[in-house]
Structure formats: C-alpha cells, structure tokens
Ligand binder design. Structure first.
Ligand code: KG4
Ligand code: ZN
Length: 355
C-alpha cells in the first residue's frame, strides 16, 4: 500500500478542501452474490446504493454457486454502475476516488469488482482504495449513526464470519474472539437446508421462528472454555440433524418452526452472553453489530434488552445496510483514504483476507 500524507491527498485536494467540498467516493462490492455500486459524499452520506441480488439465481441450488455468481456480476456490473451514477446525479469527473472490496469472498466474484474499479481508476486517473469486506460491514454503522466513532466493541456476524473485535480506529480492529468452525450465518443456512424451509436460511429461520416454541427442543449451548470469546457452531448443526433423524426413526412428525426457534435461541443466547461479557471486560461502553446476521430480529431484541440492563449503548445498521452493499464499502474506503491509505493498479483479490 502506498502511503500518502494526511494533508495532501492524491486527488490534488488538501484535507481542508475535502472538508469544504465534499469528497465523492464511487464504491463497488461483488464479493459474493450481490452486485452493488454506490456513490457517497464524505463517506457517510449515501447519494445512491444500487444492489442487484442473485438470490433467486442460486436458490435452486440451495447455496451460492461461485462460477454462476461471477458470470452474473459480469452481466450486471455495467447496468448497476449506470443506475447508481444517474440516481446520484454524479458525473465521472466529480468522482474523487474509487473504493472496492478486494477480500475476503469468492475469487471469481471479487475479480469482477476489482477489475472494474481498476479500469475506472486507470481511465479516469482517480485513486484506487481496496477495502476489507468486514471493515465495510462495520462501516455500515457510521452511515446509519452520524455520531458513532471508534473505539467500541463490535460483533461481526455473517455467512463467513463470527468475530468479536475491539474497533480501535476506522478500519482498525483487534480480534478478541472468533468462530472455531462454522460462521453463524453458515449454521443458519445449513440448518434451514436440512429443515427444507428455504434459502437463504437466515431470513427464513428468523421468520419461521416467530411461529415456533423456542423451548421445544433444548439444543446444547456451546460456551467453550470459561471466559473464552470464541464460538463453535458445528455441534448445534449436528444436534439439529440428530434430532431430526431420531424423530424420523420414532415415526414422529417434526414441527419445523419449533426446531428453527429452538436452534435460533440456543445460538443467540451464547452470542449475546459473549458480546456483553466482551464489552464489560473492555474499557468501552458501546456495542456495534455488523454483517448479514445483524439483521436477525431475535439478536437485535436480545442485545438491545441486555445492553439496556448493562448501560451499554447499542448500535445496529438498518436492514438494507446489513446485507452486502457498496455504500458500506464506500464508507470504509473513505476513512482509509483520508488516513493515507491508497492502492495502485497491482491491487489483487484475496479470498481469505484476514481481519
Ligand atoms: O453479510 P452477508 O450478506 O454476506 C457475507 O458477508 O457472508 O451475510 C449473509 C448471511 C447469510 O448466511 C444469511 O443467511 C444471513 O447472513 N442472514 C441472516 C438474516 N439475514 C441474513 N441470518 C439470520 N437472520 C437474518 N434475518
Ligand atoms: Zn457480507
């Protein structure tokens, strides 16, 4: 990464200029199954955030098929870009820099976004800023809560991650705990698949659980070692499978809503307890949740109740900023850029990029 001084940005403006005349970011996100382009002013004001979802395409396969995802990004990206530009009423010469997700994610999918961003950067001679997808998820909260700034404790919870981190600065964090096997979203998706209730699993289980009894089946709560902030979700997935098999062998009907609600409560009790414990152990008084599973209604309710009891300020993004979108990537890119972070045309994708 090339380092530039804080006072002289490579688009020719000074930090002072940037404050007076808003810095316009073009952002691109293609890490999984959403093709998204956004335009932002000064990182936190969204001018447009266009998302083309491939959910219906992958539904028939019960999961994201990487090769199909790449092809769809390729087909969608130009149209999504044009729509985002016209919605924001921004012209290419008004754009100050380009932010793009370069990892983690599906290699082929990431490549479409990064190649597009590089092409714009080269053709328009604008700075290029690579963004960590999960830093983007955290940044969704800066867009939603204008007063929010680091430091704080964050739960990053998605299809690929379940981490409790201390966010020490914009785009900087220290991991306090993480999953040792499946991510929470992955567990939701797998359990929904074995229950045969639809795809993607997270929103379906969230919805179906409202009709079920969360105490119908007592799945084991996995806390691991005392004081550990790590997670393990593979056991509960097996627990659901074993339960379904034993009920089938006994010739009993299974109530999918009861199983979904019981699974969800077992997972969330552990997550909520560990988040509260992480904040209490830290010197911070704010908890911020981020990622696709942050859309979960039970998680939001349980955390907001527990945070209130423990005098912790609780922040979560609106639903449309929880799942993958380019606005959150633009916000993270903005903070990286004004703090001197810029990439060049050698920027490459990194499927397993660490936090
Ligand atoms: O952040 P995201 O869009 O993609 C990744 O970066 O992984 O998260 C997708 C994950 C999926 O596993 C999906 O099932 C889950 O988020 N998800 C939910 C809900 N909405 C999406 N999980 C639980 N409850 C929800 N309401
Ligand atoms: Zn994501």
């Amino acid at each position: 990464m090339k380092t530039i001084t804080k006072m002289q940005l490579s688009c020719g403006r000074t930090v002072k200029d940037v404050k007076n005349n808003k810095l316009i970011t073009l952002a691109i996100e293609t890490s999984c199954d959403e093709t998204s382009v956004a335009l932002l002013a000064d990182g936190r004001e969204v001018l447009s955030n266009v998302i083309s979802s491939q959910i219906d395409v992958h539904k028939v396969f019960g999961g994201v098929v990487p090769e199909i995802a790449s092809r769809h990004h390729l087909e969608q990206i130009n149209g999504v870009f044009s729509e985002a530009m016209s919605e924001a009423k921004v012209t290419p010469d008004e754009i100050d820099m380009i932010g793009v997700t370069y990892g983690p994610g599906l290699v082929g999918a990431l490549l479409i976004g990064v190649a597009t961003a590089k092409a714009f950067s080269f053709a328009w001679d604008k700075p290029l800023v690579g963004v960590h997808h999960m830093q983007g998820h955290i940044s969704a909260n800066y867009i939603a809560h204008k007063d929010l700034k680091p430091p704080f404790i964050s739960l990053i919870i998605s299809g690929g991650h379940t981490n409790i981190v201390e966010v020490t600065d914009y785009n900087e964090c220290v991991t306090l705990g993480k999953t040792r096997d499946d991510a929470a979203g992955e567990a939701y998706d797998k359990v929904a698949r074995v229950l045969g209730i639809g795809y993607p699993g997270g929103p379906v289980i969230d919805k179906v659980s409202k009709e079920g009894n969360p105490h119908a089946v007592e799945f084991k709560r996995v806390f691991l070692e005392k004081d550990s902030l790590d997670f393990s979700f593979s056991g509960i997935k097996t627990g659901v499978l074993n339960y379904l098999n034993s009920e089938k062998q006994a010739g009993r009907d299974v109530n999918a809503a009861d199983v979904a609600a019981s699974f969800q409560l077992a997972i969330m009790e552990v997550i909520v307890a560990k988040c509260i414990s992480a904040v209490k152990k830290s010197k911070h008084d704010k908890l911020v949740i981020a990622g696709g599973v942050a859309a979960n209604s039970l998680l939001r309710k349980m955390l907001s109740d527990e945070c209130e009891k423990n005098n912790i300020a609780f922040y979560y993004p609106p639903l449309d900023l929880c799942t993958d979108n380019a606005a959150m990537i633009g916000c993270a890119a903005y903070y990286k850029y004004i703090n001197g972070g810029e990439d060049d045309l050698t920027l490459d994708v990194c499927a397993n990029l660490e936090l």
